[in-house]
Write a protein that binds this ligand. Structure first.
Ligand code: LMR
Length: 393
């Protein structure tokens, strides 16, 4: 049976991990996959996570199954982190999922159970995996304009024009903050304008919030979620603890639905339970247990916020470092968009061929769209990085 299969092409982002790992050059730099790194180029476990894990090991007395919806206290804590008090709890339901990707996949399955011909509009560009993930689950995807690759700004008017034409009832995927790949988010005023169209056109917003706390702060980054929640009857939110708790490999995420009333919420809970049961039965517990123990303990929560904002600040500092270095080494080229972006990513704004040359000649790895993960920049590699970029310009 399996001889009939053809090899699958490498994933545009994950493939870079292997390519970079296998590169023998000492000076190589990985600006590919979205994983935080410190100034030594390492992805350490947060101190507060280590502490919570230790407490968990000492106190946990069973590994028995929990439920298809996962850890209830994690679900409540993550829901409150995302929505705060923007809507009454009895219109919300949250289930723990295997990471943000698992959340997107479960959402797609449930949407398709509710409406067989679901169309979702996604920003052009969007995260590399949104399209195969949601499309592979059976949803129809259509693009709306988002990023101006020449001027490095959001194509806000074009985006609004396009949203004005979206058929009633379709879904629209938004990035709550730290837009992946561009790093550019709408302002609060712009989110309000977007919400007005969503309400007027009766669209269903689906917000992917994978980077809460990496742009401005935990509350500001959730503005789109909370503002839309207060204005629309239905809303879907995917969250991830991969980045803001550094729990990447623990696959810790959540899927929240805002619905109109308690009876639709109860039906959705039962549908989600039966859907998850046929997919992976129930999510892994460890990451969720760690997150809930941090969020529910005032001291651990305060320590987490300090560590989270230190990650955010390092990303901001590395953007400035690269911007300033390129100003010196590549005069005549405008890289000011680097410091206008937030979060892990932005586009360098170079061609595919230049990206390829950076990889081949200098061992500098990034997605071929020229999206860079700024966490891969360190004070130790900035000179080499800026020299390499200047050389291919
Ligand atoms: C990324 O965009 O690099 C991250 O979200 C990691 C991934 O799974 O693609």
């Amino acid at each position: 049976m399996f001889e009939s299969l053809q090899a699958s092409p490498a994933d545009a982002i994950l493939g870079l991990i292997t390519e970079h790992r296998d590169d023998p050059r000492a000076e190589k730099i990985d600006l590919g996959v979205g994983v935080f790194r410190n100034a030594d180029g390492e992805t350490p476990i947060l101190d507060v996570v280590k502490e919570a894990e230790q407490r968990l090991v000492d106190s946990q007395d069973s590994k028995a199954y929990i439920s298809t919806a996962g850890n209830a206290s994690f679900n409540a804590a993550i829901q409150s982190l995302a929505f705060a008090d923007s809507v009454p709890d009895d219109r919300l339901m949250t289930l723990q999922t295997p990471g943000g990707s698992g959340s997107l996949r479960v959402a797609a399955g449930l949407i398709l159970r509710a409406t067989e011909k679901a169309t979702i509009w996604v920003s052009e560009p969007t995260w590399n995996n949104h399209v195969p993930l949601l499309g592979g689950a059976g949803m129809t995807l259509k693009p709306y304009p988002y990023y101006d690759v020449v001027n490095h700004v959001i194509r806000f008017e074009a985006m609004l024009d396009s949203l004005h034409k979206v058929p009633k009832g379709d879904l629209v995927l938004f990035h709550a903050c730290c837009h992946n790949p561009s790093g550019l988010d709408p302002s609060e005023e712009q989110w309000c304008e977007i919400t007005d169209i969503v309400v007027e056109r009766e669209l269903v917003p689906f917000i992917d919030m994978a980077y809460q706390g990496f742009a401005v702060d935990l509350d500001t980054d959730a503005f789109a979620v909370r503002h839309m929640a207060s204005a629309v009857p239905e809303l879907i939110v995917s969250t991830s603890a991969s980045k803001n708790f550094g729990l990447y490999r623990e696959r810790t995420g959540a899927l929240s639905f805002l619905v109109t009333d308690m009876s639709s919420r109860d039906i959705l809970i039962s549908q989600a339970g039966s859907y998850v049961r046929t997919l992976y039965s129930m999510p892994p517990d460890h990451g969720a247990a760690v997150v809930s123990s941090i969020l529910l303990d005032a001291e651990l929560r305060a320590r987490w916020i300090v560590e989270l904002y230190a990650m955010r600040d390092r990303l901001r500092d590395m953007r400035s470092l690269l911007h300033d270095a390129l100003k010196l080494k590549a005069p005549g080229h405008d890289f000011s968009h680097l410091v206008r972006a937030t979060g892990m990513f932005c586009f360098l704004g170079i061609s595919k061929e230049q990206v390829e040359r950076l990889k081949k000649d200098f061992g500098v790895y990034m997605v071929d769209s020229s999206r860079i993960n700024v966490a891969g920049i360190t004070p130790g590699n900035i000179e080499y990085l800026a020299d390499s970029i200047a050389a291919v310009l």
